[in-house]
Design a protein around this ligand. Structure first.
Ligand code: ZN
Length: 249
C-alpha cells in the first residue's frame, strides 16, 4: 500500500523577491526554493501560498488539508490578517505542525503561539554563521555533521525573547561574536512548532543540501503524530466512584 504523503504548505510573503537584487538570488521566490528542496523527498506533497492570494492562500480548507505549514515573512507581518493568523494558531493547537523560518520569529502566528515579544539582536553584515548540532539524537538532526557553516548570513544574537523551548537542537555562533538558539522546538496544544533561524533573503541559504535536510527532517518531525485526541471538559468516572457533583434539586 502506498504510504500517505505529508501535506506541506509553504507560506512566503513574497515581497523582497520583487526587488531585482533579491530576485537574482531567488528567481522562483523563497517559497519556490523551499518547495524544490522539500520535494527532493517523495514523502512530501508541497503547495505554496503567498500574502497576495485571497486569505493569503491559507483558507480554512487549505489549512484543513495541511499537515505542516512553513512560514517565511519579514517586512509585511502587519499585513497578515488577524483572522488568518488566528486560524493558523488554532490549527496548530489542533495538531498541525508549524516550521517558522528566519524573520518569521516576528510573524503574528508565532508571536501568538509563544506569548512573548520574540525579538532579538540583529545585524546585516555578511558574517559567517556556524550552526552547532547540540542534540545529535534529535530527529531534526538526522544525517547532519557536528556543525555546518554558512559563509554569509544575517547575524542574530541573544537574547532571543522566547519562552524556554522544549528542546534546543541547534545553537549558532556568528563571526561578529553573538550566539543564538537557532533550532528550537515547542509543543502547543496538539501541535509541534520548530523555529529555524537561517534564511535571510540576500543569501542562497535555502539551496543548500544540509539546510534542505534540516527542513525535510523538521517537516517529518512536526507532522501530526496521530496520537489519541484527548477528551476535555466534564468526564464520567471510569471507575465506580460516588459522583459528588450530582446536581442539587
Ligand atoms: Zn533577514
Amino acid at each position: 500500500m502506498e504510504e500517505k504523503k505529508i501535506r506541506v504548505t509553504v507560506f512566503n510573503e513574497f515581497i523582497h523577491e520583487k526587488d531585482e537584487r533579491i530576485k537574482k538570488v531567488y528567481p522562483e521566490g523563497i517559497h519556490g526554493a523551499i518547495k524544490t528542496s522539500l520535494e527532493k523527498d517523495e514523502r512530501f506533497s508541497v503547495r505554496t501560498a503567498t500574502l497576495e492570494m485571497p486569505q493569503h492562500g491559507l483558507t480554512e480548507e487549505a489549512l484543513e488539508n495541511t499537515d505542516v505549514l512553513f512560514w517565511w515573512g519579514h517586512m509585511a507581518h502587519a499585513k497578515v490578517s488577524d483572522e488568518v493568523a488566528e486560524r493558523v494558531k488554532d490549527r496548530v493547537l489542533d495538531g498541525m505542525g508549524l516550521v517558522v523560518l528566519h524573520s518569521g520569529h516576528l510573524s503574528k502566528p508565532f508571536v501568538k503561539l509563544m506569548g512573548t515579544c520574540c525579538r532579538s539582536k540583529w545585524r546585516e553584515n555578511d558574517e559567517k554563521e556556524r550552526i552547532w548540532v547540540i542534540e545529535p539524537s534529535h530527529p531534526i538532526a538526522v544525517g547532519l555533521p557536528e556543525f555546518i557553516e554558512l559563509e554569509k548570513e544575517e547575524t542574530y544574537g541573544e537574547r532571543f525573547e522566547i519562552p524556554t523551548p522544549d528542546e534546543v537542537v541547534f545553537i549558532s555562533w556568528f563571526s561578529g561574536g553573538e550566539v543564538f538558539r537557532s533550532g528550537c522546538c515547542f509543543r502547543r496544544g496538539l501541535g509541534k512548532i520548530f523555529y529555524f533561524r537561517p534564511g535571510h533573503e540576500e543569501y542562497p541559504t535555502y539551496y543548500r543540501e544540509d539546510v534542505g535536510r534540516i527542513l525535510r527532517n523538521a517537516a517529518e518531525w512536526a507532522k501530526p503524530s496521530g496520537g489519541p485526541r484527548p477528551t476535555l471538559g466534564k468526564f464520567a468516572a471510569l471507575e465506580n466512584v460516588p459522583d459528588k457533583f450530582v446536581p442539587k434539586g
